[in-house]
Design a protein around this ligand. Structure first.
Ligand SMILES: NC(=O)c1ccc[n+]([C@@H]2O[C@H](COP(=O)([O-])OP(=O)(O)OC[C@H]3O[C@@H](n4cnc5c(N)ncnc54)[C@H](O)[C@@H]3O)[C@@H](O)[C@H]2O)c1
Length: 277
């Protein structure tokens, strides 16, 4: 299999771990083709940690013309909305971490339509992220009656969420586990864009963003990011709980999300065997 050239969009927590994994050789058949970050200093800082010294592109126009076969987006929902289509139009594959952007049905349909028109020249990959059991949810999606994601995080992990501008609740005054929010995945990914990307992954695998329910709890004592999925239907029921340690440097991001992105790239680059997909 020819080597895949990887372009990294977003050189923060996930981007840095991906770059180090590629450079360590733990992902066979992958090499770094270029780095892009809206904050130049973040891309240059990542470059300084890498022996391979990949090219830093100061703007998207340069980055899109890099020799990347696949772009890994580890930036923001806004980056997916702005750059998703041009990446597909440039016949590059796209791995999306800011999956909340795909909760917009019109945008998702347009992106898929573009990829379909390109007849396999561009593929879109969505890693399972910070949750487990996506394989099972996909398998039973036609039989699902209900599915609820309950996410419990520390005040530090939830800080800065747009939801907090819509409420009088102050995170630093909460002393016990408290439910902050209950609603649809469609709404949750807008109110907690850096916290419940997993709700969008679950919706894509299951019954969509309107029928997938999300609860967000804050726990002042939490030392992990917890996601609990409860699903039921004519197949029986599924209950999955993951307690994720946070990624070094970013309390909002679970380390499992980093590992799932690395594993997704590994399976793309080495297709001798596919497990669980
Ligand atoms: N799918 C999942 O399960 C999952 C889990 C954790 C995080 N995420 C998402 O993945 C993304 C990256 O997470 P992270 O922990 O690495 O975040 P981070 O904040 O550590 O790094 C993000 C980097 O992207 C850059 N960036 C932001 N907007 C950009 C844009 N428009 N164009 C180019 N660069 C841009 C930032 O400057 C920063 O360097 C976030 O959107 C996060 O919400 C998804």
């Amino acid at each position: 299999m020819p080597k895949k050239n990887v372009g990294l969009m977003g050189c923060g927590t996930i981007g840095t771990h991906m770059a180090l994994a590629i450079e360590s050789g733990s992902i066979v058949n992958a090499s770094l083709a270029g780095l892009y970050d809206i904050v130049d200093a973040n891309a240059n800082s990542l470059k300084s940690k890498l022996k391979s010294s990949p090219q830093v592109y100061p703007d998207f126009d340069g980055f899109i013309n890099s020799p990347a076969d696949i772009v890994i987006e580890a930036a923001s929902q806004q980056a997916v909305r702005k750059f998703g289509k041009p990446i597909i139009e440039a016949n590059k594959d796209l791995m999306i971490m800011s999956v909340g952007a795909l909760a917009d049905r019109t945008f998702l349909a347009e992106l898929l339509e573009l990829a379909a028109v390109r007849k396999g020249r561009s593929r879109i990959y969505v890693p399972t992220g910070a949750i487990a059991g996506i394989d099972a949810i996909r398998s039973v999606r036609h039989l699902l009656d209900s599915i609820t994601l309950t996410t419990t995080k520390s005040p530090k992990a939830l800080a800065g969420a747009p939801f907090l501008e819509t409420t009088s609740v102050k995170l630093d005054t909460i002393t016990k586990i408290t439910e902050l929010y209950e609603g649809s995945a469609a709404e949750a990914v807008k109110l907690f864009p850096a916290n419940v990307n997993v709700a969008a992954v679950l919706s894509l695998a299951g019954i969509g963003v309107d029928k997938t329910k999300v609860r967000v709890l804050v726990d002042p004592q939490a030392t992990t990011n917890q996601h609990e999925i409860v699903a039921s239907g004519n197949f029986g029921d599924i209950k999955i709980t993951v307690n994720n340690v946070t990624a070094p440097g970013n309390p909002k991001t679970s380390f499992l999300a980093v590992l799932s992105a690395i594993e997704c790239l590994r399976s793309i680059c080495d297709d001798a065997i596919r497990i669980g997909t």
